[in-house]
Design a protein around this ligand. Sequence first.
Ligand SMILES: [Zn+2]
Length: 292
Amino acid sequence: MPELPEVETVRRGLEPAMEGKRFIKVEVRRGDLRWPLPKDFAQRLKGTTVTGLGRRAKYLLADLSSGEVLIMHLGMSGSFHVFQETGKAVGSYYHERSKHAAHDHVVFHMSSGATVTFNDPRRFGSMKLVARDKFDAEPLLNGLGPEPLGNAFDAAMLARACKGKKTSLKAALLDQRVVAGLGNIYVCEALHRARLSPKRLASSIADRKGEPKERAKQLVDSIKTVLNAAIKDGGSSLRDHRLTDGDLGMFQHNFLVYDREGEPCRTPGCRGTVKRIVQNGRSTFYCPSCQK
Ligand SMILES: [Zn+2]
């Protein structure tokens, strides 16, 4: 399942094909994604210009000249392919992409000359149109906590959100109301980098008054560092792809703990072994020797 860095990489990949460009034609080959596509979807997009392509948590947001916002989510297996008029693929964004045209559900023909195809074998992805002036009340987005890479997300904010929380620190970080867009992989990696056990109580990063302890600062720094590094990885594979015209998408992620059960810890000086436990039904990978 794509996490925030993958979605940000997709956004950057779509930007040149879509931002400032008009929808010439929209083909809907299959409208029953996670939810049915909005009524008159193709007609509402046709002729409008994408004035900005943004992201909130794992949602892509295309601001339209029609006054609506197109909200897109990749779900479990969604990907976008961008083709230029020459018929040459210029990019495929997201690694679980399927090459089967049978899963090409929505096709945007843009005034840039690019064709942007949404492919999704499992159809957990979604597209929704909402009016810009009703956007703040949009239920998909209005309960979300701050963006982890935004300035609003800092140690003081995280400590306040975790104050008195009797859940594990890992569960708190996966709670989208605490911080938006973090998933299992990057929570495991950030906790490892901060040397904090995923099992410790969420409340232990704050003092009684809800002020951040030093470990809250370490944790916030670690979250920002792992996300930025992953986006940079995605970004560099994007550039490599443009040069070689090969098949983009396979991120060369170098995880420190994620999916490394039984392997040696990579923390310098640590002789621990990466362990897998299950928390709230999901695998957690961590090093019991250096994460306390
Ligand atoms: Zn270790």
